[in-house]
Design a protein around this ligand. Sequence first.
Ligand code: AMP
Length: 305
Amino acid sequence: MPILVVGSVAYDTVETPFGRAERVLGGSASFFSVAASFFVPVNLVGVVGRDFGDKELAALRGRGIDLEGLERMDGQTFHWQGKYSYDLNSRETVCTDLNVFEFFRPKIPERYRRSEYVFLGNIDPVLQREVLDQVDRPRLVACDTMNFWIEGKPEELKKTLARVDVLLINDAEARQLSGEWNIVKAARAIRAMGPRTLIVKKGEHGVLMFTEDGSFAAPAYPLEEVFDPTGAGDTFAGGFVGYLAGAASTGSVDEVVLRRAVIMGSTLASFCVEAFSLDRLIRLTRAEIDDRYRLFKRLTHFESV
Ligand code: AMP
């Protein structure tokens, strides 16, 4: 069951207390696609400029990602620069050069239109709806957004959310979107806007999932070396939606499958932060994923093993 992903494909410049990476592959669609590619085929829709390199294309192709929907426009690729604090818990955006991304109007290739799973990366909510208008009744639509759209286009965002099944946002965004400080109240308000499943990401403190069955909590995997948190959220989303799409091809998606998907998302995100850019994800194996998933199970199990 292939997944259609629409979002940014970027060059990132990242500064952490441990080092600096200059113009390395990034973007929400890149992190999402590579993570999801461990479970199902992935169809990517995005835009890059003439400067986008063969090495980056090869990295994505190497994971089997279908790039027919990756448009190449005259101009430079989207560039984002971020700087992390000493404890890696907060980051400052140094600059965002939209470049060709400013003119991005997602065009879904004919072959992608029957994708049953769709991930709408963090783009203008109007464009997110344009994507949904071009696909034939998907089984599941997952979506990300950010403070920029919550503040700048709240009404458009609400129209999009009415068509979304799973929303993945961080705790600050959940509070801002709902106007509720308490996360449980915020989750109730957001679920009333459309998404029946809400994932609230809390960085190194893990995630909370809210469904009609109640809530589920997963910690972040405790790592000795966290190198660069960039893309962890999108990687979580790729592992989560990828796992769901894989599970749906053999059975139905119930609460147990959703909980496993949360742990799989957290597992993939834990690899993402071990290196700059997509470096760790690109050389990851399915066996390493399964090993860490098992360790996650032990980490969170508290009755007799
Ligand atoms: P995350 O750490 O999960 O928030 O994702 C970071 C990725 O988002 C980086 O690779 C950036 O290239 C990308 N990014 C940053 N700002 C934006 C934006 N305004 N629109 C789309 N993608 C962005």
